[in-house]
Every structure is written in structure tokens, then in C-alpha cells.
Design a protein around this ligand. Structure first.
Ligand SMILES: [Zn+2]
Length: 365
């Protein structure tokens, strides 16, 4: 990704070290996944390092035991890769779930749900993703990225380039997440019915950058149901091709690709406002410190943020390495890594508190 951070949660100090566990391999294998994870955290504590509350934690074992990720916790086998990439598990650690398709006849593994792992354009389909084999260290040598909904959920989308179709017919030009050119929308949401958590997304995916492993440029449609993206495929029992056009749920979508853009025409009867993955609960709004700042704050804090942004350069003072010191009385806001707006100490403390509280201020289905 261009922005390898969870912006709403701000900077997190990193710590890593090696600790010895008071268990045999057999003893660890006999325990539950979460107990094994906790055993590692406990071993670190006994060795002198306490994981700060709320920190996402990755543990890596020096013997082969297990390989998984869950929000806030990742457990990896340091002896080598499984069939799933480190990126997949780390993205679980950032809170993403698996991607699905609408093909309930697809079963990836005996333990998986119908349609689960059936979106090869999305890293969250685990081993069932496009790419060109394994390099033994980091996984696929030609990567597949994430589909637009997942980027949106991570807060990695530019909010000014996420559009929602109004009721009736409309046509838009989309650019891709893979090339930052132009200013057109990169993700189009199309409301369905009256449920604000149920909508389609339309995106133009290009065979570039972090999606260099996909076969070709393509328009993809996902149906978002309660926070899970379902790739829309043909359900004819044959090629199961991804759909670039559909007529369903009172919605019509069609698209044509022309070079670096795609033209998408949609119809929806719905005028329901879509609740995307970063929608704040009542009483809170996005801070909007920059285009990816989805922290949920009060209206007063958003106004303060805009005022501080407007004063950004006037509060800088030239230092030996450039204009990156705040004038007396101001400090870096640090609402996200690299945030170089100068604010009062009270505003910086507010930003940190809002970052910590945002997870509890996001509206879920
Ligand atoms: Zn997974």
C-alpha cells in the first residue's frame, strides 16, 4: 500500500526481542491458539518486556507450531512460510476478515464457508490469490493487493475519492487505486434498498504496483453485506467470471474501460445514505486532518483541526535541517505518523485520546 499505517490509530512504537519459553514443543502444540499466543506474551513479560495495553502484537516462534492472525494478534512460524503470506496475517491483525464471492457453490477447504477465499484479487482470500509463485521469504513474488472495500476499511482511501451514487441514473469516470493519477473517484458505492450497510462497490483494478500479479485491468463489483465484501461472479456453473456489469437488487451497473480510466453507468432506486466502514456513531464526525484521517471526533475538534491545519506553515520555524520545528508554545500534533501540524499540548493530547477512542466510535452493522 502507499500508506502503510492505520491512520486513525496514530503512531505505535515498535519493540522486538527474543525470549525463551518455559515449555516444550509438545506442551505448546497441545494448547489452544490463544493460549499459545498468551504464553509468548507472558514469556516476554517474564523476560522484562510488557506489551503496552492496546498494542497489536506479532509473535514469531523458532519452531513450527501455527500460523494465524486476528485483530490485534498475529502468530507466525519463523521457520518458513506456509502457503499464506505474512501480509495476509498482518492484515488480520489490523482487523480485516476474509473476502468472499457470491458463489455459494465454491468451497475452498473443508473448514471454510461457502464462497470464502473466492476473491483472487484480494489478499484476504489467503492462498487463493493471483501472483506468480513463492519466493520463500515473503510469499508471492508478484503481489495481489486489496480490493477497494478493504482499503476503505483500513482507512487507506482518500475520502475525497470515494463516491456514492445517488438515486436514478448516473455515469462516472473511475481511476484506479493502483495509479494515483487524476482526481476521479477510485471507489463508487451504490446503495441497495433501505439498509445503509448493504451496498455495491465498483472499482477499476489495474495490473500495476501492488496488484501487478492480477491477469489484466478489470472492473470489479462487490456486494457489501454487513462489513464483508462479496465478489460478484457469474453463477452459470462454468467459468465463474467476475462481473463488470449486473442487474440485481434494484441496481443496474455497466462499465467500459478506456486506458487508465473506466466509465461506469449505474442505476439505483435507493437514496439510502451508505454507511461505509469508517462511519462515526451519532455525535461524532471525521477529524479530517488530512484526506485519510477518519478518526471520530466532536464537531468542535474538527473545527480546531481545520484551524490548526490553516496555521500549519505559520507555526514552523527554520531549524538546521529545514522548517520542521514548531515555534515556542507549540508541539507536533502527531495525530498520525508524519503529522507535522504544530498545535498546543492540549490539542496533541486530544488527538491521542481521539485516536484511542475511535474504535469505539465507529458504527458497526
Ligand atoms: Zn486468514
Amino acid at each position: 500500500m502507499e500508506t502503510g499505517q492505520i491512520r486513525a490509530l496514530g503512531p505505535a512504537p515498535l519493540a522486538s526481542a527474543r525470549y525463551t519459553m518455559p515449555f516444550t514443543l509438545a506442551e505448546q502444540q497441545a494448547r489452544s491458539r490463544w493460549q499459545r499466543f498468551q504464553d509468548c506474551v507472558d514469556a516476554a513479560k517474564a523476560g522484562g518486556y510488557t506489551v503496552p495495553a492496546g498494542h497489536r502484537t506479532v509473535v514469531v516462534t523458532n519452531v513450527s507450531i501455527d500460523w494465524w492472525g486476528s485483530p490485534g494478534a498475529v502468530y507466525l512460524d519463523g521457520t518458513g512460510l506456509g502457503s499464506v503470506s505474512v501480509a495476509h496475517e498482518l492484515l488480520h491483525g489490523y482487523g480485516l476478515g476474509h473476502s468472499f464471492s457470491n458463489d455459494t457453490g465454491y468451497r475452498n477447504a473443508p473448514w471454510s464457508q461457502p464462497g470464502e477465499y473466492d476473491d483472487p484479487w484480494d489478499e484476504m482470500s489467503a492462498a487463493n490469490v493471483y501472483g506468480s509463485g513463492w519466493n520463500g521469504t515473503y510469499g508471492s513474488t508478484l503481489p495481489v493487493g486489496l480490493v477497494g472495500y478493504q482499503l476503505d476499511r483500513l482507512g487507506w482511501t482518500d475520502r475525497t475519492r470515494v463516491a456514492t451514487a445517488g438515486s436514478g441514473w448516473s455515469t462516472r469516470t473511475l481511476t484506479s487505486f493502483q495509479s494515483p493519477d487524476a482526481s476521479s473517484p477510485q471507489l463508487l458505492r451504490v446503495p441497495i434498498g433501505t439498509d445503509p450497510f448493504h451496498y455495491y462497490t465498483v472499482e477499476f483494478t489495474r495490473k500495476l504496483g501492488y496488484s501487478a500479479g492480477i491477469p489484466a485491468d478489470l472492473v470489479l463489483i462487490h456486494e457489501i453485506v454487513n462489513g464483508t465484501p462479496y465478489l460478484q461472479r457469474t453463477l452459470d456453473g462454468g467459468a465463474r467470471l467476475p462481473l463488470s456489469a449486473l442487474n440485481a437488487n434494484g441496481v443496474s451497473i455497466s462499465a467500459t474501460i478506456s486506458g487508465a480510466t473506466a466509465s461506469v453507468t449505474v442505476y439505483t432506486a435507493s437514496s439510502t445514505p451508505v454507511y461505509g466502514p469508517n462511519t462515526c456513531v451519532g455525535g461524532y464526525v471525521w477529524r479530517e486532518g488530512d484526506v485519510r484521517d477518519y478518526a471520530c471526533v466532536t464537531g468542535a475538534t474538527r473545527l480546531q483541526t481545520a484551524a490548526d491545519n490553516a496555521a500549519r506553515t505559520s507555526r514552523w520555524v527554520n531549524g538546521p535541517y529545514g522548517p520542521h520545528t514548531c515555534v515556542n508554545g507549540y508541539v507536533w500534533r502527531e495525530a498520525w505518523p508524519g503529522d507535522d501540524v504544530c498545535v498546543t499540548g492540549a490539542v496533541r493530547a486530544q488527538a491521542a485520546a481521539d485516536n484511542a477512542a475511535t474504535a469505539s466510535r465507529v458504527l458497526h452493522p
